[in-house]
Design a protein around this ligand. Structure first.
Ligand SMILES: Cc1cc2nc3c(=O)[nH]c(=O)nc-3n(C[C@H](O)[C@H](O)[C@H](O)COP(=O)(O)OP(=O)(O)OC[C@H]3O[C@@H](n4cnc5c(N)ncnc54)[C@H](O)[C@@H]3O)c2cc1C
Length: 321
């Protein structure tokens, strides 16, 4: 029987959101391949996370719970998962295309001398072949990669393209301890410390975003964006122009150098629609644009466009809620 091994990335006592997105891809593939889903989780004090993985349909979780895995030493992770793959013979190994996954999974593919589907937004199976879609140049070009499902295959999945899997409390996994495999040559890296930037708000989870750009006019005037977001029960987004001007902090930036968001409602106020902004918000379900320029490029992708001054339109909008 085909077997999928998912690498369960975890941080700060949680399975990361990207892994939950990968679980959605894996659940679908498991149906198409009639495959069993197994997972591997590495870290320290991760027993509850191994159990939690079961609620996402992972049937068996290999747990490497060891103080040497409290930080991420990629060579320890590579060696240990390599040993697990040799022992359990999965057909497909999947991880998220995070910094961790992008370093780990290609190393694993190289150890087994296999090619991989690197940073694909989707991975599907049909007629004994996998197909992975890899975006290029800010999603202006897509490469379709194909590979035989008969071979051991590796893949990393890009974030922001699949919904996070929903847990089902009725499901559980068999949790199996797997011992770390570390060789002396792996010890050339040592974990010093982990520094995580403070994030004031996670806009990637927001269902509604009111986003302000250069057209807002000033830091003082940006208050109208914050007030509208609050009144509508959403969060604040911004273009890079607004962030660079210092009107709002970087955590709110959307686009190529900011976050990728997919809210139910995206209200773009005073944003022209540069490609670097559009790549971060174009998968929003409903896009509403408020702009004085009826030829602003962002209007092409708007479901609704209000041509007018945002400082007049937004207060009117707030009155109606
Ligand atoms: C390598 C690189 C990476 C980048 N990454 C990003 C990124 O991640 N995110 C990002 O956003 N940008 C990014 N940029 C910048 C991007 O190219 C644009 O410069 C930026 O998005 C423009 O921001 P804006 O739309 O707010 O401003 P502008 O392009 O100046 O548009 C302002 C808009 O406001 C409208 N307007 C003016 N007054 C009003 C009013 N009173 N009411 C309503 N509308 C009004 C105008 O008609 C105009 O359409 C990047 C650029 C580079 C080179």
């Amino acid at each position: 029987m085909a077997k999928i091994l998912i690498i369960l990335e975890n941080a700060k006592g949680k399975i990361v959101g990207l892994t939950k997105e990968c679980l959605t891809v894996v659940q679908k593939l498991a149906g198409e391949l009639e495959a069993e889903v197994e997972g591997v989780i590495l870290g320290q004090d991760i027993g509850s996370l191994a159990q939690e993985a079961g609620t996402y349909g992972v049937k068996k979780v290999y747990k490497v719970d060891d103080a040497q895995f409290s930080g991420i030493n990629i060579l320890y992770h590579t060696r240990t998962i390599e040993a697990l793959i040799k022992e359990t013979n999965p057909t497909l190994v999947i991880g998220g295309a995070s910094l961790y996954g992008q370093e780990l999974v290609p190393r694993l593919a190289a150890r087994f001398d296999k090619a991989m589907f690197a940073s694909v937004k989707s991975l599907t199976f049909d007629d004994d072949e996998y197909e992975g879609i890899h975006p290029l140049f800010e999603e202006k070009l897509f490469i379709s990669m194909e590979g035989s499902a008969g071979e051991l295959t590796f893949a990393t999945i890009l974030g922001g393209n699949n919904p996070e899997a929903e847990p089902d409390d009725g499901l559980s996994a068999e949790v199996v301890d797997f011992s770390p495999v570390i060789q002396d040559s792996d010890k050339r890296e040592s974990f010093v410390e982990e520094t995580i930037a403070k994030v004031s708000v996670d806009i990637t989870k927001a269902k509604l975003l009111v986003s302000g750009g250069r057209g807002v006019g000033s830091a003082e005037k940006f208050a109208v964006i914050t007030e509208a977001a609050k009144a509508l029960g959403g969060e604040v987004g911004a273009s890079r122009a607004a962030v660079d001007a210092g009107w709002v902090v970087y955590d709110h930036e959307i686009g190529q150098t900011g976050k990728t968001v997919t809210p139910d409602f995206y209200i773009a106020c005073g944003i022209s629609g540069a490609i670097q902004h559009l790549v971060g918000m174009r998968n929003s379900k409903t896009i509403i644009v408020i702009n004085t320029d009826e030829e602003a490029p962002i209007i092409e992708m708007a479901h609704y466009a209000i041509i007018g001054d945002l400082h007049e339109v937004l207060p009117e909008l707030m009155k109606s809620v």
